[in-house]
Design a protein around this ligand. Sequence first.
Ligand SMILES: NC(=O)c1ccc[n+]([C@@H]2O[C@H](COP(=O)([O-])OP(=O)(O)OC[C@H]3O[C@@H](n4cnc5c(N)ncnc54)[C@H](OP(=O)(O)O)[C@@H]3O)[C@@H](O)[C@H]2O)c1
Length: 334
Amino acid sequence: MDLNARIYVAGHRGLAGSALARRLASGGYRNLVLRTHGEMELTDQAAVKAFFDKERPEYVFVAAAKVGGILANNEYPAEFIQANLAIQTNVIHEAWRGGAKRLLFLGSSCIYPRDCPQPIKEDYLLTGPLELTNRAYAVAKIAGVEMCRSYNRQYGTRYLAAMPTNLYGPGDNYDLASSHVLPALVRKTHEAKARGLDRVSVWGTGKPRREFLHSDDMADACVMLMNLSDAAFDKVLRGPNDFPLINVGCGEDQTIAELARAVASVVGFRGALEFDTSKPDGTPRKLLDVGRLKALGWSSRIGLAEGIAAAYKDFLAREGSARKNINQTSEART
Ligand SMILES: NC(=O)c1ccc[n+]([C@@H]2O[C@H](COP(=O)([O-])OP(=O)(O)OC[C@H]3O[C@@H](n4cnc5c(N)ncnc54)[C@H](OP(=O)(O)O)[C@@H]3O)[C@@H](O)[C@H]2O)c1
Protein backbone atom coordinates (compact mmCIF):
# COMPACT_ATOMS: atom_id res chain seq x y z
CA MET A 1 0.00 0.00 0.00
CA ASP A 2 1.30 3.38 -0.95
CA LEU A 3 1.47 5.73 2.05
CA ASN A 4 -0.98 8.02 0.22
CA ALA A 5 -3.42 5.22 -0.64
CA ARG A 6 -7.02 5.76 0.40
CA ILE A 7 -7.65 3.17 3.10
CA TYR A 8 -11.05 2.56 4.70
CA VAL A 9 -11.19 0.83 8.08
CA ALA A 10 -14.82 -0.11 8.77
CA GLY A 11 -15.39 -0.21 12.54
CA HIS A 12 -12.30 1.85 13.44
CA ARG A 13 -13.58 2.56 16.95
CA GLY A 14 -13.81 -1.12 17.89
CA LEU A 15 -11.17 -3.36 19.40
CA ALA A 16 -9.85 -4.72 16.10
CA GLY A 17 -10.57 -1.62 13.99
CA SER A 18 -8.90 0.80 16.41
CA ALA A 19 -5.78 -1.39 16.42
CA LEU A 20 -5.78 -1.33 12.62
CA ALA A 21 -6.20 2.45 12.53
CA ARG A 22 -3.36 2.85 15.08
CA ARG A 23 -1.07 0.50 13.16
CA LEU A 24 -1.77 2.26 9.86
CA ALA A 25 -1.26 5.74 11.36
CA SER A 26 2.00 4.70 13.03
CA GLY A 27 3.13 3.14 9.75
CA GLY A 28 2.81 6.55 8.05
CA TYR A 29 -0.42 5.91 6.11
CA ARG A 30 -1.89 9.39 5.92
CA ASN A 31 -5.05 8.92 3.91
CA LEU A 32 -7.33 6.90 6.17
CA VAL A 33 -11.02 7.22 5.38
CA LEU A 34 -12.98 6.70 8.57
CA ARG A 35 -16.64 6.88 9.63
CA THR A 36 -18.00 6.21 13.10
CA HIS A 37 -21.14 4.12 13.55
CA GLY A 38 -23.00 7.37 14.24
CA GLU A 39 -21.79 8.86 10.95
CA MET A 40 -22.60 5.81 8.81
CA GLU A 41 -24.94 2.92 9.54
CA LEU A 42 -23.38 -0.02 7.73
CA THR A 43 -26.61 -2.03 7.64
CA ASP A 44 -28.05 0.83 5.54
CA GLN A 45 -27.24 -0.14 1.96
CA ALA A 46 -27.96 3.33 0.52
CA ALA A 47 -25.64 5.01 3.04
CA VAL A 48 -22.83 2.54 2.30
CA LYS A 49 -23.29 2.98 -1.45
CA ALA A 50 -23.16 6.77 -1.13
CA PHE A 51 -19.98 6.50 0.96
CA PHE A 52 -18.15 4.29 -1.56
CA ASP A 53 -19.36 6.44 -4.49
CA LYS A 54 -17.87 9.51 -2.82
CA GLU A 55 -14.71 8.18 -1.15
CA ARG A 56 -13.60 5.34 -3.47
CA PRO A 57 -11.18 3.72 -1.02
CA GLU A 58 -8.47 1.58 -2.64
CA TYR A 59 -8.02 -0.73 0.34
CA VAL A 60 -10.75 -1.84 2.72
CA PHE A 61 -10.44 -3.49 6.14
CA VAL A 62 -13.80 -4.85 7.33
CA ALA A 63 -13.53 -4.72 11.13
CA ALA A 64 -17.12 -3.60 11.72
CA ALA A 65 -19.42 -6.27 13.09
CA LYS A 66 -21.98 -6.91 15.77
CA VAL A 67 -19.80 -8.78 18.27
CA GLY A 68 -20.43 -10.34 21.66
CA GLY A 69 -19.58 -13.14 24.08
CA ILE A 70 -21.40 -16.45 24.67
CA LEU A 71 -24.25 -14.81 26.62
CA ALA A 72 -25.11 -12.18 24.00
CA ASN A 73 -24.67 -14.60 21.08
CA ASN A 74 -26.88 -17.17 22.74
CA GLU A 75 -29.66 -14.72 23.64
CA TYR A 76 -29.80 -12.56 20.51
CA PRO A 77 -29.01 -14.86 17.55
CA ALA A 78 -31.45 -13.07 15.23
CA GLU A 79 -29.73 -9.72 15.78
CA PHE A 80 -26.28 -11.27 15.30
CA ILE A 81 -27.08 -12.96 12.00
CA GLN A 82 -29.12 -10.05 10.57
CA ALA A 83 -26.67 -7.26 11.42
CA ASN A 84 -23.55 -9.14 10.37
CA LEU A 85 -24.97 -10.37 7.07
CA ALA A 86 -26.14 -6.83 6.28
CA ILE A 87 -22.86 -5.10 7.24
CA GLN A 88 -20.58 -7.42 5.30
CA THR A 89 -22.87 -7.68 2.27
CA ASN A 90 -23.05 -3.91 1.97
CA VAL A 91 -19.34 -3.28 2.50
CA ILE A 92 -18.02 -6.12 0.32
CA HIS A 93 -20.43 -5.42 -2.53
CA GLU A 94 -19.91 -1.65 -2.52
CA ALA A 95 -16.13 -2.09 -2.26
CA TRP A 96 -16.31 -4.14 -5.45
CA ARG A 97 -18.61 -1.60 -7.17
CA GLY A 98 -16.26 1.19 -6.11
CA GLY A 99 -13.24 -0.66 -7.54
CA ALA A 100 -11.29 -1.28 -4.28
CA LYS A 101 -7.97 -2.97 -5.07
CA ARG A 102 -7.94 -5.21 -2.03
CA LEU A 103 -10.22 -6.03 0.88
CA LEU A 104 -9.54 -7.83 4.13
CA PHE A 105 -12.61 -9.24 5.84
CA LEU A 106 -12.22 -10.06 9.53
CA GLY A 107 -14.06 -13.10 10.79
CA SER A 108 -13.43 -15.21 13.82
CA SER A 109 -12.26 -18.68 14.77
CA CYS A 110 -15.84 -19.63 15.70
CA ILE A 111 -16.43 -20.32 11.98
CA TYR A 112 -14.71 -23.69 12.39
CA PRO A 113 -16.55 -26.86 13.45
CA ARG A 114 -16.97 -27.24 17.21
CA ASP A 115 -15.11 -30.54 17.48
CA CYS A 116 -12.49 -30.21 14.77
CA PRO A 117 -8.91 -31.45 15.31
CA GLN A 118 -6.47 -29.06 16.99
CA PRO A 119 -4.71 -26.91 16.04
CA ILE A 120 -7.36 -25.74 13.58
CA LYS A 121 -6.29 -25.57 9.96
CA GLU A 122 -8.04 -23.37 7.43
CA ASP A 123 -9.19 -26.41 5.46
CA TYR A 124 -11.40 -27.62 8.35
CA LEU A 125 -13.94 -24.98 7.35
CA LEU A 126 -17.35 -26.54 6.62
CA THR A 127 -16.28 -30.04 7.64
CA GLY A 128 -18.56 -30.48 10.68
CA PRO A 129 -21.26 -29.01 12.97
CA LEU A 130 -20.68 -25.60 14.57
CA GLU A 131 -20.82 -24.66 18.26
CA LEU A 132 -24.52 -23.99 18.94
CA THR A 133 -24.16 -20.95 21.23
CA ASN A 134 -22.77 -18.73 18.45
CA ARG A 135 -23.89 -20.52 15.33
CA ALA A 136 -25.85 -17.55 13.95
CA TYR A 137 -22.75 -15.34 14.15
CA ALA A 138 -20.51 -18.06 12.70
CA VAL A 139 -22.83 -18.71 9.75
CA ALA A 140 -22.85 -15.00 8.92
CA LYS A 141 -19.05 -14.93 8.99
CA ILE A 142 -18.84 -18.07 6.82
CA ALA A 143 -21.12 -16.30 4.33
CA GLY A 144 -18.59 -13.43 4.34
CA VAL A 145 -15.74 -15.83 3.50
CA GLU A 146 -17.81 -17.31 0.69
CA MET A 147 -18.64 -13.83 -0.56
CA CYS A 148 -14.93 -13.01 -0.81
CA ARG A 149 -14.34 -16.29 -2.65
CA SER A 150 -17.26 -15.73 -5.03
CA TYR A 151 -16.30 -12.13 -5.89
CA ASN A 152 -12.70 -13.25 -6.48
CA ARG A 153 -13.90 -16.02 -8.80
CA GLN A 154 -16.49 -14.07 -10.73
CA TYR A 155 -15.06 -10.55 -10.71
CA GLY A 156 -11.33 -11.18 -10.31
CA THR A 157 -11.14 -9.19 -7.06
CA ARG A 158 -8.49 -9.66 -4.36
CA TYR A 159 -10.57 -10.14 -1.20
CA LEU A 160 -9.09 -12.09 1.67
CA ALA A 161 -10.76 -13.34 4.86
CA ALA A 162 -8.57 -13.26 7.97
CA MET A 163 -9.71 -15.27 10.98
CA PRO A 164 -8.15 -13.94 14.18
CA THR A 165 -8.18 -15.95 17.35
CA ASN A 166 -9.57 -14.35 20.58
CA LEU A 167 -8.39 -10.76 20.70
CA TYR A 168 -7.82 -8.40 23.60
CA GLY A 169 -6.23 -4.98 23.93
CA PRO A 170 -6.90 -1.25 24.23
CA GLY A 171 -10.54 -0.27 23.80
CA ASP A 172 -11.89 -3.72 24.69
CA ASN A 173 -15.47 -4.20 25.84
CA TYR A 174 -15.59 -4.56 29.64
CA ASP A 175 -19.38 -4.76 29.93
CA LEU A 176 -20.02 -8.08 31.67
CA ALA A 177 -23.27 -8.62 29.74
CA SER A 178 -21.54 -8.68 26.35
CA SER A 179 -17.78 -9.00 26.88
CA HIS A 180 -15.37 -11.81 26.02
CA VAL A 181 -13.63 -13.85 28.70
CA LEU A 182 -10.37 -11.89 29.11
CA PRO A 183 -11.86 -8.40 29.58
CA ALA A 184 -14.58 -9.94 31.77
CA LEU A 185 -11.90 -11.41 34.03
CA VAL A 186 -10.09 -8.05 34.17
CA ARG A 187 -13.26 -6.31 35.33
CA LYS A 188 -14.31 -9.01 37.80
CA THR A 189 -10.92 -9.34 39.50
CA HIS A 190 -10.43 -5.56 39.55
CA GLU A 191 -13.82 -4.99 41.21
CA ALA A 192 -13.29 -7.85 43.66
CA LYS A 193 -9.95 -6.34 44.67
CA ALA A 194 -11.45 -2.85 45.01
CA ARG A 195 -14.28 -4.17 47.23
CA GLY A 196 -11.98 -6.35 49.29
CA LEU A 197 -13.78 -9.58 48.25
CA ASP A 198 -12.03 -12.86 48.85
CA ARG A 199 -13.43 -14.75 45.81
CA VAL A 200 -14.35 -14.28 42.18
CA SER A 201 -16.66 -16.47 40.13
CA VAL A 202 -15.39 -17.63 36.75
CA TRP A 203 -17.78 -19.02 34.12
CA GLY A 204 -17.55 -22.75 33.40
CA THR A 205 -15.13 -25.42 34.56
CA GLY A 206 -11.95 -23.47 33.74
CA LYS A 207 -10.82 -26.40 31.61
CA PRO A 208 -11.44 -25.20 28.04
CA ARG A 209 -8.27 -24.14 26.27
CA ARG A 210 -8.14 -20.82 24.42
CA GLU A 211 -5.62 -18.79 22.46
CA PHE A 212 -5.33 -15.00 22.91
CA LEU A 213 -3.74 -12.46 20.62
CA HIS A 214 -3.12 -8.81 21.40
CA SER A 215 -5.08 -6.60 18.97
CA ASP A 216 -1.88 -4.72 18.01
CA ASP A 217 -0.33 -8.01 16.88
CA MET A 218 -3.48 -8.81 14.89
CA ALA A 219 -3.33 -5.39 13.21
CA ASP A 220 0.33 -5.86 12.36
CA ALA A 221 -0.44 -9.21 10.70
CA CYS A 222 -3.34 -7.71 8.72
CA VAL A 223 -1.28 -4.77 7.44
CA MET A 224 1.50 -7.20 6.48
CA LEU A 225 -1.06 -9.26 4.51
CA MET A 226 -2.47 -6.20 2.76
CA ASN A 227 1.07 -5.20 1.78
CA LEU A 228 2.05 -8.48 0.13
CA SER A 229 3.05 -8.33 -3.51
CA ASP A 230 0.28 -9.31 -5.96
CA ALA A 231 1.93 -12.70 -6.52
CA ALA A 232 2.24 -13.45 -2.80
CA PHE A 233 -1.27 -12.12 -2.06
CA ASP A 234 -2.74 -14.27 -4.84
CA LYS A 235 -1.04 -17.31 -3.34
CA VAL A 236 -2.71 -16.58 0.02
CA LEU A 237 -6.04 -16.10 -1.77
CA ARG A 238 -5.77 -19.60 -3.19
CA GLY A 239 -6.23 -21.11 0.26
CA PRO A 240 -7.16 -24.67 1.18
CA ASN A 241 -10.38 -25.94 -0.44
CA ASP A 242 -10.38 -22.83 -2.60
CA PHE A 243 -11.19 -20.53 0.37
CA PRO A 244 -9.39 -17.16 0.46
CA LEU A 245 -8.80 -17.73 4.15
CA ILE A 246 -5.94 -17.28 6.61
CA ASN A 247 -5.78 -17.81 10.37
CA VAL A 248 -4.29 -15.07 12.54
CA GLY A 249 -3.07 -16.18 15.95
CA CYS A 250 -0.03 -16.69 18.13
CA GLY A 251 -0.10 -20.49 17.99
CA GLU A 252 -0.23 -21.03 21.79
CA ASP A 253 -3.14 -21.67 24.12
CA GLN A 254 -3.88 -22.08 27.83
CA THR A 255 -6.81 -23.15 29.99
CA ILE A 256 -9.33 -20.56 31.18
CA ALA A 257 -8.15 -21.35 34.74
CA GLU A 258 -4.55 -20.46 33.76
CA LEU A 259 -5.77 -17.31 32.06
CA ALA A 260 -7.80 -16.32 35.14
CA ARG A 261 -4.73 -16.78 37.35
CA ALA A 262 -2.62 -14.68 34.95
CA VAL A 263 -5.20 -11.87 34.99
CA ALA A 264 -5.58 -12.03 38.79
CA SER A 265 -1.81 -11.79 39.14
CA VAL A 266 -1.59 -8.67 36.91
CA VAL A 267 -4.56 -7.03 38.66
CA GLY A 268 -3.21 -7.95 42.10
CA PHE A 269 -6.29 -9.89 43.19
CA ARG A 270 -5.17 -12.47 45.75
CA GLY A 271 -8.51 -14.14 46.53
CA ALA A 272 -9.88 -17.47 45.32
CA LEU A 273 -11.14 -18.23 41.83
CA GLU A 274 -14.38 -20.22 41.92
CA PHE A 275 -15.48 -22.04 38.78
CA ASP A 276 -19.24 -21.85 38.17
CA THR A 277 -19.92 -25.16 36.43
CA SER A 278 -23.58 -24.26 35.89
CA LYS A 279 -22.38 -21.90 33.13
CA PRO A 280 -21.51 -23.23 29.64
CA ASP A 281 -17.91 -23.91 28.65
CA GLY A 282 -18.36 -23.47 24.91
CA THR A 283 -15.94 -25.25 22.58
CA PRO A 284 -13.50 -27.48 24.54
CA ARG A 285 -10.40 -26.23 22.75
CA LYS A 286 -9.68 -23.53 20.21
CA LEU A 287 -6.15 -23.17 18.93
CA LEU A 288 -5.51 -21.96 15.41
CA ASP A 289 -2.92 -23.49 13.16
CA VAL A 290 -0.93 -20.45 12.05
CA GLY A 291 1.32 -22.27 9.61
CA ARG A 292 0.11 -20.24 6.61
CA LEU A 293 0.81 -16.97 8.40
CA LYS A 294 4.21 -18.11 9.71
CA ALA A 295 5.21 -19.21 6.21
CA LEU A 296 4.88 -15.52 5.25
CA GLY A 297 7.47 -14.68 7.93
CA TRP A 298 5.07 -13.23 10.52
CA SER A 299 4.93 -14.13 14.23
CA SER A 300 3.22 -12.45 17.18
CA ARG A 301 5.40 -10.27 19.40
CA ILE A 302 3.34 -9.38 22.47
CA GLY A 303 3.42 -12.06 25.20
CA LEU A 304 0.30 -12.75 27.28
CA ALA A 305 1.55 -11.33 30.61
CA GLU A 306 2.82 -8.16 28.89
CA GLY A 307 -0.42 -7.86 26.90
CA ILE A 308 -2.66 -8.31 29.96
CA ALA A 309 -0.64 -5.67 31.84
CA ALA A 310 -1.16 -3.21 28.94
CA ALA A 311 -4.87 -4.08 28.75
CA TYR A 312 -5.28 -3.52 32.52
CA LYS A 313 -3.58 -0.13 32.22
CA ASP A 314 -6.06 0.79 29.47
CA PHE A 315 -8.96 -0.47 31.62
CA LEU A 316 -7.83 1.67 34.56
CA ALA A 317 -7.43 4.74 32.35
CA ARG A 318 -10.93 4.31 30.96
CA GLU A 319 -12.42 3.66 34.40
CA GLY A 320 -10.70 6.85 35.57
CA SER A 321 -12.05 8.99 32.75
CA ALA A 322 -15.56 7.48 33.13
CA ARG A 323 -15.49 8.38 36.84
CA LYS A 324 -14.27 11.90 36.01
CA ASN A 325 -17.17 12.33 33.55
CA ILE A 326 -19.70 11.19 36.18
CA ASN A 327 -18.20 13.61 38.74
CA GLN A 328 -18.28 16.48 36.24
CA THR A 329 -21.91 15.70 35.35
CA SER A 330 -22.99 15.62 38.98
CA GLU A 331 -21.01 18.79 39.70
CA ALA A 332 -22.79 20.47 36.77
CA ARG A 333 -26.15 19.37 38.22
CA THR A 334 -25.49 20.77 41.73
N1 LIG B 1 -12.77 -9.37 19.78
C1 LIG B 1 -12.30 -10.55 19.44
O1 LIG B 1 -11.87 -11.32 20.30
C2 LIG B 1 -12.26 -10.97 18.01
C3 LIG B 1 -11.65 -12.18 17.73
C4 LIG B 1 -11.59 -12.62 16.44
C5 LIG B 1 -12.16 -11.86 15.45
N2 LIG B 1 -12.75 -10.70 15.72
C6 LIG B 1 -13.40 -10.01 14.62
O2 LIG B 1 -13.03 -8.67 14.50
C7 LIG B 1 -14.12 -7.91 14.02
C8 LIG B 1 -14.35 -6.74 14.94
O3 LIG B 1 -14.51 -7.22 16.26
P1 LIG B 1 -14.22 -6.29 17.54
O4 LIG B 1 -13.96 -7.19 18.66
O5 LIG B 1 -13.29 -5.22 17.17
O6 LIG B 1 -15.68 -5.67 17.76
P2 LIG B 1 -16.06 -4.28 18.45
O7 LIG B 1 -15.02 -3.86 19.40
O8 LIG B 1 -17.47 -4.45 18.93
O9 LIG B 1 -16.04 -3.27 17.23
C9 LIG B 1 -16.95 -3.36 16.19
C10 LIG B 1 -17.03 -2.01 15.53
O10 LIG B 1 -18.02 -2.09 14.48
C11 LIG B 1 -18.93 -0.99 14.65
N3 LIG B 1 -20.24 -1.38 14.19
C12 LIG B 1 -21.00 -2.39 14.66
N4 LIG B 1 -22.18 -2.42 14.03
C13 LIG B 1 -22.16 -1.39 13.14
C14 LIG B 1 -23.09 -0.90 12.19
N5 LIG B 1 -24.28 -1.48 12.05
N6 LIG B 1 -22.75 0.18 11.46
C15 LIG B 1 -21.54 0.79 11.63
N7 LIG B 1 -20.61 0.36 12.49
C16 LIG B 1 -20.93 -0.72 13.25
C17 LIG B 1 -18.93 -0.72 16.13
O11 LIG B 1 -19.41 0.58 16.39
P3 LIG B 1 -20.30 0.80 17.72
O12 LIG B 1 -19.49 0.28 18.86
O13 LIG B 1 -20.53 2.27 17.75
O14 LIG B 1 -21.55 0.01 17.51
C18 LIG B 1 -17.46 -0.89 16.46
O15 LIG B 1 -16.71 0.26 16.15
C19 LIG B 1 -15.32 -8.88 13.96
O16 LIG B 1 -15.50 -9.33 12.67
C20 LIG B 1 -14.90 -10.02 14.82
O17 LIG B 1 -15.43 -11.26 14.41
C21 LIG B 1 -12.82 -10.22 17.00
